[in-house]
Design a protein around this ligand. Structure first.
Ligand SMILES: [Zn+2]
Length: 365
């Protein structure tokens, strides 16, 4: 086995590069985060189908503690973090980085966000053009403000302290500071709920989606759900991407939607600038007020297989070692970005003597 580290790393990983660029543009400071066994969630059963027949794809260890493990379900091919810091750990980290002022708004990121809400509005207004709207994971409220200006009666749900305060205080929009699963809506169900790029971040997608479904107006309420599909976005770097708890396969997500009492009205391929593949967008309802447009299985993602999924976790790896079958183990010296574990630099990636073990060294700089 050749353990020579690669020296010509133009990029480490597609998703990792994207995160590092975002950190740079936000001016995110480097902080170091502790993790202990008591912070961890252990989810050995598949969160989608409850099967216990699964395989570990990757794990990440800090001082011998396996704190981040990714598994694939042999029955339904769902990919999830079978070991990961739980929600409380992430909430404590958000508190840690919350700024006392409200000036963390990044105009460039918000511009990109606004472009997505233009798309959502065009899709939704063909069915519902006014009413009560809830934006889940509203960030700095750019999207929910956009819908307010188009005649919707809007509210936001945001789990991060400083963002919820920003929406309340700067925009004057009701922002509930709560996790999705704990949210207690007042009044009748919402006519529209936006739930884009959230489900993949949550510990228990079944609990979250069924709860969100119950917040919808039962007959004509529309839920807009959007998730990334792993096929063109993910590579080996997903093993270190703590922000995502799940990588959904389209067929598994369809089944979860049905089991949460929802019907798919329509599916959409939602483009993301700079990305080769589209995200999966869907309009969902609890009632039967809308005609549905059926699509074939795996309309956007293609047929998933164990081999295809395993291949993703080997893709673009910056090393020249030949890997054995079985889990890939990463050893990290610290967590200094709680979305991406390590802020990697060139030369930080080394193969260890044993097969399938890789070590990230502490940066000199
Ligand atoms: Zn499963």
């Amino acid at each position: 086995m050749n353990t020579e580290p690669a020296t010509d790393l133009h990029r480490l990983s597609f998703v990792m590069d994207l995160t590092l660029r975002q950190m740079d543009s936000k001016g995110t400071e480097e902080l170091f985060y502790d993790v202990a066994r008591g912070d961890l969630r252990f989810d050995p059963a598949c969160p989608l189908c409850q099967a216990r027949d699964s395989a570990v794809l990757t794990d990440v260890q800090l001082s011998g503690l396996n704190f981040f493990e990714t598994s694939v379900c042999h029955r339904c091919l769902h990919v999830w973090r079978s070991i990961s810091p739980g929600r409380e750990w992430f909430q404590a980290r958000w508190k840690q980085i919350a700024s006392p002022g409200l000036g963390v708004f990044n105009p460039e990121l918000e511009k990109a966000r606004l472009a997505r809400y233009h798309i959502y509005y065009a899709l939704i207004r063909r069915y519902v053009a006014s009413g009560r709207l809830l934006d889940i994971g509203a960030a700095y409220g750019t999207g929910v403000d956009f819908f307010r200006h188009r005649g919707f009666d809007v509210e936001a749900l945001e789990v991060e302290d400083d963002r919820a305060r920003y929406i309340n205080e700067r925009l004057g929009i009701v922002a509930h500071h709560s996790a999705v699963e704990d949210f207690k809506p007042s009044g009748p169900g919402f006519d529209v709920i936006l739930f884009a790029h959230c489900l993949e971040h949550l510990d228990d997608p079944r609990l979250a989606l069924s709860h969100v479904a119950q917040c919808l107006e039962p007959k004509r309420g529309l839920l807009y759900l959007e998730v990334p599909l792993p096929w063109a976005l993910n590579d080996w770097g997903d093993a270190l991407y703590m922000a995502h708890k799940h990588n959904f396969m389209e067929v598994g997500l369809d089944r979860l939607i049905r089991e949460c009492g929802l019907t798919i009205v329509e599916k959409f391929a939602i483009p993301e600038p700079g990305m080769e593949a589209d995200h999966l967008g869907m309009l969902l309802t609890r009632g039967d007020a809308y005609p549905t447009r059926p699509t074939r299985d795996n309309w956007l993602g293609g047929e998933p297989s164990l081999a295809r999924i395993t291949e993703l976790y080997h893709l673009n790896m910056p090393h020249r070692a030949r890997l054995a079958a079985g889990p890939i183990h990463y050893h990290v010296p610290y967590i200094n970005n709680f979305f991406y574990i390590v802020r990697l630099r060139q030369g930080a990636f080394h193969a260890m003597a044993q097969a399938n073990h890789f070590e990230f060294r502490r940066d000199a700089s």
